[in-house]
Ligand binder design. Structure first.
Ligand code: MOS
Length: 730
């Protein structure tokens, strides 16, 4: 099905099942511990061995020698595979740095060996017995601020140069010129990267934890020089990804290498320190923002420059993206720069771009409102736009940011209190707010539906559920389209035997995969209409019946001779991006307390009002947003990977040293979705919310802290050492 013009009325509009608050259909399996994650697929194949990885102990240089004799002689060890035994493996374009093979080390904890043994403990013990001799290159600079000064080392992308920023900024009545820093972050999903690999007759089977089944399959095929048809990938349950499981990583490569050499299936999980230094992270950013406005608060000039770290060939973190679209202003200069820093690979992490970009832009907007003496809500409303500021012929398909702001302000009880004006005993109280923007892309996505003689419907797609609710919203889509009850729908996801889907990424998963399943269901409905010699548009599918005027037939009857199978995929026409800009919006409001003596920060309440088209399931959508809000609190107050500037690695590489919010850190959270469909987005008129939920949150927290204390911290996370000496006198 080609989606090449805005949706009109269609069967999904009934919203008898879609749009309803269904709890997760996979919830029981997960909460009872019976959902088997990658490392737990004990039943997948007999005779599994354990592989334990070894990561390089240097960030840059060469491995000169590896003495594996002691490891190979250790109890239970079956085999050892080292990076010196092979050339660099062929690599998929999506992987920036090498995954395995050859003596060269390009980042710390690059995988250099896997020990395969009968038990996990034996493999781990033997991995520690490998003696590695390195030739270490210590000339690299790992400090982004230092690299930022070295212009020749940078890849400069000018996104926007509209009007004459410099002149307009020079003449502006009110100006802000400030620099913000966001730190490197790591996904710390609960489930580490893990894979079981098994070879039979030159075919490779991998049970893994992946957001993108087909990317994984293609990358494995490339790495091992196989036909993609000879690679099978399964990932039905995933314990979080956040962008860290988009691409093939060392766990699957090591498992496959170990399995090949051992002649038996091998499972490998990356230990937590290797998750952090071996896989990807969100880049550090240094963002320079300048805003000029009239004294009435109209933005006339806006500048956003970001520099972030990446290994050569990577994309870093372009934190300027939202600034191209979010606020009006005639004169605009928006520049992204990449500094080559040979840390582990920086790549996507939840809302790549906006999550870090709004941490700066939305604090800058707050600072600007303060300079103008304006309510920050009103300042944002004054600079709202219904067209793309740098390209006014492109209009937002749906943009209700002002409604988010007004509805949020009213619900929260926003009064724009003056800084340091609220106090409760030892606690300074602050209110802060921010806006949020995140794009709403869509990707081609396929699905197959199989109507069974017993009246059940099997849905097959390689779409993944990374904790987001895919199982549930897809089952709702199938139930809505076929008129079958939810308990008649059997969902099968995360398997490369099934039609290729969008996968889970970029906030496109929910919108794209439900549209793909819609297409497959439309195909099934057409087959049924043909059998009935009826017009598919006038058929009604409800309560297990197919109704054509006065005629009513049970749906299951159409499969009485054997299952009825329909398959299709959705493809999105370029009208979506040519004529329109699709995006999601939110307004966040936060109340926090800061202890007047100790600087301890305690959040009190949080509210997010979201504009994301049709909400397919308010329960799973809310969970996505409160998860994002929680991650936003982590960004504001805790999360930071600390770089060892001399040796080029992330020092705090475990869950003890990389802090994330726990229940006690999270206050009352309220989420409101504006109702209303976006027919430009997909046939289901829906957009994603998972990345919107994190976007802008950290800035609202930062602005609330400023409101409580009068202190601005422009360097995230806001730990008390950064402001305790600036607290107002008690
Ligand atoms: Mo997302 S950061 O594209 O998984």
């Amino acid at each position: 099905m080609k989606f090449d013009r805005p949706a009109t009325t269609n069967p999904s509009d009934r919203m008898a099942v879609l749009g309803q608050p269904h709890t997760r259909i996979d919830g029981k399996l997960k909460t009872t511990g019976t959902a088997a994650y990658a490392y737990e697929r004990h039943d997948a194949v007999e005779g599994q061995l354990y592989g334990y990885p070894l990561g390089a102990g240097i960030a840059r240089g060469h491995v000169l020698a590896m003495d594996t004799r002691e490891a190979e002689a250790a109890p239970g060890v079956v085999t050892v595979v080292t990076t010196l035994q092979m050339e660099k493996l062929p690599q998929d374009d999506r992987n920036i740095v090498r995954l395995f093979g050859g003596p060269e080390i390009v980042h710390y904890h690059q995988a250099i060996a896997v020990v395969v043994a009968e038990t996990f403990e034996q493999a781990r013990a033997a991995a520690n017995m490998i003696r590695v001799t390195y030739d270490e290159d210590t000339s690299e600079i790992y400090n982004l601020a230092e690299k930022r000064e070295m212009v020749e080392d940078q890849d400069i992308q000018t996104h926007t140069n509209v009007g004459d920023f410099h002149t307009a900024f020079g003449q502006a009545e009110v100006k802000l010129d400030a620099t913000y820093v966001t730190p490197p972050q790591t996904h710390v999903m609960m489930e580490p990267h893990a894979s079981i690999a098994h070879w039979t007759d030159g075919r490779l089977r991998v049970w893994t934890s992946s957001q993108m089944i087909d990317w994984h399959r293609q990358a494995l095929a490339t790495t091992f020089s196989l036909d993609p048809e000879a690679v099978h990938v399964e990932s039905p349950f995933i314990g979080g990804g956040f962008g860290g499981k988009l691409f093939l990583r060392a766990d699957a490569v090591l498992a496959a290498l170990g399995a090949k050499k051992a002649g038996r299936p091998v499972k490998v999980a990356l230990p937590r320190p290797m998750v952090i230094n071996n896989t990807t992270h969100r880049a550090e950013t240094i963002q320079h923002i300048r805003i000029g406005a009239t004294k009435e608060g109209k933005i006339t000039a806006i500048f956003h420059d970001c520099v972030s770290n990446t290994p050569p060939g990577g994309a870093g973190e372009d934190a300027t993206n939202q600034t191209r679209y979010f606020y009006a202003g005639e004169h605009r200069l928006i520049v992204n720069r990449l500094a080559q820093v040979r840390l582990p690979e920086s790549n996507s992490m939840r809302a790549p771009g906006e999550a870090a970009g709004l941490m700066a832009l939305e604090v800058a907007m707050d600072e600007m409102a303060e300079k103008l003496g304006m309510d920050p809500v009103e300042f944002r409303i004054a600079n709202d736009t219904q067209v793309v500021p740098e390209n006014p012929s492109q209009k937002f398909s749906q943009r209700r940011f002002v409604e988010c702001l007004r509805h949020g302000a009213e619900t929260f009880g926003w009064t724009n209190p003056k800084p340091m004006s609220q106090r409760d005993g030892d606690w300074l109280i602050g209110h802060g707010m921010s806006g949020a923007y995140r794009g709403a892309p869509a990707q081609p996505s396929g699905a197959r539906v199989r109507l069974q003689p017993n009246g059940r419907l099997i849905v097959e797609t390689d779409m993944t559920d990374i904790g987001t609710g895919s199982y549930t919203i897809l089952a709702q889509t199938a139930a809505e389209m076929t008129g079958l009850p939810m308990d008649r729908i059997e969902m099968r996801l995360g398997n490369s035997s099934f039609p290729v889907s969008s996968g889970s990424g970029g906030q496109f998963g929910a919108a794209s995969s439900t549209a793909g399943l819609y297409a497959a269901c439309v195909a099934l409905r057409a087959m049924i209409a043909e059998r009935m010699q009826a017009d598919p548009d006038t058929l009604d599918f409800r309560d297990g019946q197919v109704i054509d005027g006065a005629r009513s037939l049970p749906l299951s009857g159409f499969a009485s001779e054997g299952e009825m199978v329909a398959e299709d995929k959705i493809e999105f026409g370029d009208f979506r991006s040519k004529e329109y800009k699709l995006a999601t919006f939110a307004a966040h409001f936060v109340e926090t307390r800061v202890n007047a003596y100790t600087g301890e920060i305690r959040l009190q309440r949080m509210l997010s009002v979201c504009d994301a088209g049709r909400i397919l399931n308010p329960v799973t959508a809310r969970s996505q947003v409160i998860g994002g809000m929680t991650m936003g609190v982590g960004s504001a107050l805790m999360e930071k990977l600390d770089v060892d500037d001399k040796r080029g690695f992330f020092v705090n590489h475990d869950l003890a040293g990389y802090e994330v919010p726990v229940h006690l850190d999270i206050p009352q959270q309220e989420v409101i979705f504006l109702t209303g469909d976006d027919p430009v987005s997909t046939p289901l008129k829906a957009k994603g919310v998972g990345e919107l939920g994190i976007s802008g949150v950290a800035a609202a927290v930062a602005n609330a802290i400023h409101n409580a204390t009068g202190v601005r911290v422009r360097d995230f996370p806001i730990t008390l050492d950064k402001f305790i000496d600036r607290l107002p006198p008690v």
